[in-house]
Structure formats: structure tokens, C-alpha cells
Design a protein around this ligand. Structure first.
Ligand code: NAI
Length: 332
């Protein structure tokens, strides 16, 4: 049976080829993203495998159904890019990898905080230039600071544990409170209380209708003046224009993003020889107190092994029916 992969990178090939030794599927790796134009490339593939920026909207779903696609396997956790209603209408099954390494993303969020705070990226370049001055590198102790966590699922929970380890007070906002975290000292509060009391706010909730532009002009106004914002979840959670205004006014002192609302035109590619047409990211890149990484939170060896293993387990389960899968892996 053939599986067509969209948006494939070299590292995807390595890990999927390794794990395919137990399955022997025919793997067709395409580097193009899935779109209405490229959907026709799925010839003879009942299963396709897609990633975060492959848009599987109603129009694409219709084309896939016409081409005989029966299963869409997401090799990621978030599924905001897939029209699930449309999949149901066409009888297409959809699965994802709900948990591969929550620690990978949580640790990346922490890396962003430490880099922005202690400016290790600047220190590294300075010392290479024989500049041993400390001016401009002043940071703050994380110990004793208040960290606000929005979304305490798998990644948020791991992030809370790490911040508690640093000696931070951790405030959390989620639609469901996690008892285990409460016992560890995490305090669940409404969003309106979390924002003004947090020195650092980190986003770990999914992107959906309720959370789209959760961080906007109004909510930024509620945030503590001079606070830090970290987004390793999905770009659409924040209104980028509002972030830029808050950086210009100094209301936000530091911003770290691993995701960006229009990232599909930029991330996972080498555009070093191109002129970037996106003025919003251009402006963000110009701030010395903004750290942008290109959706690499998931990018650890352990996570890539788990992603490949779970994706094949999901596909196998849907083919042979009723085989066990991770909780929440089968969406449709
Ligand atoms: P999860 O499903 O385990 O946790 C999400 C949490 O958000 C749940 O506790 C849920 O109750 C909460 N939530 C839902 N709606 C909410 C709302 N309106 N307000 C506050 N909380 C809300 O998901 P997990 O695995 O922790 O992943 C979180 C997100 O991280 C994913 O949806 C994905 O967008 C992003 N992600 C980013 C990666 C990266 O490489 N940067 C990699 C993997 C995931």
C-alpha cells in the first residue's frame, strides 16, 4: 500500500524509512506542501501523510476524495489545518500524533525564555568578536518570578513542572484544571487575573475558534507592563500587529515565537537568497528583544522517532480496524 507524504524534509524521510521496516509500505515523499494544485499528485495512494502547514480545507478534501484517498495521517499534534467536517462528509478517516514528546516543546519554550532573558545569543556573538563587555546583557532571576501558563495539557503540564523547578510561582488558565498540577502548587486563575500578575506568559493551548487572537490589543493591555510573551503553540493565537504595537510602546519587553500566523509561506525553507514579502515578520525580525525560531519546538530525536512510530501505528489501526492507538489519535 502506498502512502504519499507532503511537505517532506530530509529528516522526515530518515525517521519514516527507519520505522517502515516493520510495515513495508510503499512511501512516496513529496517536498511540496498539500494544496488544491498539488492534491492531484496522490495518484494510487489511499493514505496521505501531512504536516502543520499543509492546508486540508474543503476544496482540497474534495479533490483528495475524488482521487480515492481514504486516510489522512497528520504527523503532528495540532489539527487546526484540517476541515474535519468535510472529511466526515467524504468518509475520509483522519488521525494525528497526540503525544510524541511534550517535553520537546516545553523545553524549547524554556530555552526561548532563557535566551531572551540572559541574551546568550548576543553573548556568543560578542565573545567571538573579542567583545567581553557586559553592557546590554542584563537579565533577571527567574527564581521568584510569576509565570502564567495558558493551556495545561501535555505540553503546558511539562512546562509548568520545569518552571516550578526554577522556583517560579506558576499561574494557569485552562478550561479544565489539572489536579496533579494543583497539588504541585500551580494556581488556576481566570485569564483576567493571570495576565496582570504574570512576568512571563506562555501559550500552550490549541488554536480554535475560541482561542484565535486570544492575545490581542485588549488582552495585551491587561498584561503586566514589561512582561515577556512566549508562543510555541500556534501563530493564530496572537494578533501579530498588536504584538508589534506593544513592543514599540514597551508594554511587552520581550517576545519569543516558534510559530507565526503566516508561517506556511516561510517556515521549513531556506529563503536566505530571497526578498521576504511579509512585512509583519520583517518588522518582528527587526526588534532586538524578539526571538523567532521556525517551528522547531518538536524537533528532537526522541520526538521524531515517536512521530514516525505513532503515525504508522495509526495508519495500521485504521487499516486493520480496532487495533489500539494512543488516546485521541483518531479524529474522524
Ligand atoms: P493538549 O490537547 O494536551 O493540551 C491543550 C490544553 O489546552 C488542554 O488542557 C485544553 O483543555 C486547553 N485548552 C483548550 N482550549 C482552551 C482555551 N480556550 N483556553 C485555555 N486552555 C484551553 O495539547 P498539547 O499536546 O499540550 O499541545 C498544545 C499545542 O501545542 C498544540 O495544539 C499545538 O498547537 C502546539 N504544538 C506546537 C509544537 C511546536 O513544535 N511548536 C509541537 C506540538 C504541538
Amino acid at each position: 500500500m502506498k502512502i504519499t507524504f507532503f511537505s517532506t524534509q530530509q529528516y522526515d524521510k530518515e525517521f519514516f524509512i527507519e520505522h517502515n521496516k516493520s510495515y513495508n509500505y510503499e512511501l512516496d515523499f513529496l517536498d511540496v506542501p498539500l494544496s488544491k494544485k498539488t492534491a492531484d499528485l496522490v495518484a494510487d495512494s489511499p493514505v496521505i501523510c501531512v504536516f502543520v502547514n499543509d492546508k486540508v480545507d474543503a476544496a482540497v478534501m474534495e479533490k483528495l476524495a475524488a482521487r480515492g484517498v481514504k486516510t489522512i495521517a497528520l504527523r503532528c499534534a495540532g489539527f487546526n489545518n484540517v476541515d474535519l467536517d468535510s472529511a466526515r462528509q467524504h468518509g475520509i478517516r483522519v488521525c494525528r500524533v497526540p503525544a510524541y514528546s511534550p517535553e520537546a516543546v516545553a523545553e524549547h519554550a524554556v530555552a526561548m525564555i532563557l535566551t531572551l532573558n540572559r541574551k546568550t545569543h548576543k553573548a556568543y556573538n560578542r565573545v567571538r568578536e573579542q567583545n567581553f563587555s557586559l553592557n546590554g546583557l542584563l537579565g533577571f532571576d527567574l527564581h521568584g518570578k510569576t509565570v502564567g501558563v495558558i493551556g495545561t495539557g501535555l505540553i503546558g503540564k511539562s512546562f509548568c513542572r520545569i518552571m516550578l523547578g526554577f522556583g517560579c510561582r506558576v499561574l494557569a488558565f485552562d478550561v479544565i484544571a489539572n489536579k496533579e498540577l494543583e497539588q504541585m502548587g500551580v494556581e488556576y486563575v481566570p485569564l483576567v487575573d493571570l495576565l496582570p500578575h504574570s512576568d512571563i506568559v506562555s501559550l500552550h493551548c490549541p488554536l480554535n475558534e475560541q482561542t484565535h487572537h486570544l492575545i490581542n490589543c485588549d488582552t495585551i493591555t491587561m498584561m503586566k507592563k514589561g512582561s515577556m510573551l512566549i508562543n510555541t503553540s500556534r501563530g493564530g493565537l496572537v494578533d501579530t500587529s498588536a504584538i508589534i504595537a506593544a513592543l514599540k510602546s514597551g508594554h511587552l519587553s520581550q517576545v519569543g515565537i516558534d510559530v507565526y500566523e503566516q508561517e506556511e509561506k516561510l517556515f521549513f525553507r531556506d529563503l536566505s537568497g530571497d526578498i521576504i514579502q511579509d512585512d509583519l515578520i520583517g518588522r518582528l525580525m527587526s526588534f532586538q528583544n524578539v526571538l523567532i525560531t521556525a517551528h522547531q519546538g518538536f524537533f528532537t530525536r526522541e520526538a521524531l522517532h515517536q512521530i514516525a512510530a505513532t503515525t504508522f501505528e495509526n495508519i495500521h489501526a485504521l487499516l486493520v480496524q480496532d487495533a489500539p492507538t494512543q488516546k485521541g489519535a483518531i479524529l474522524v
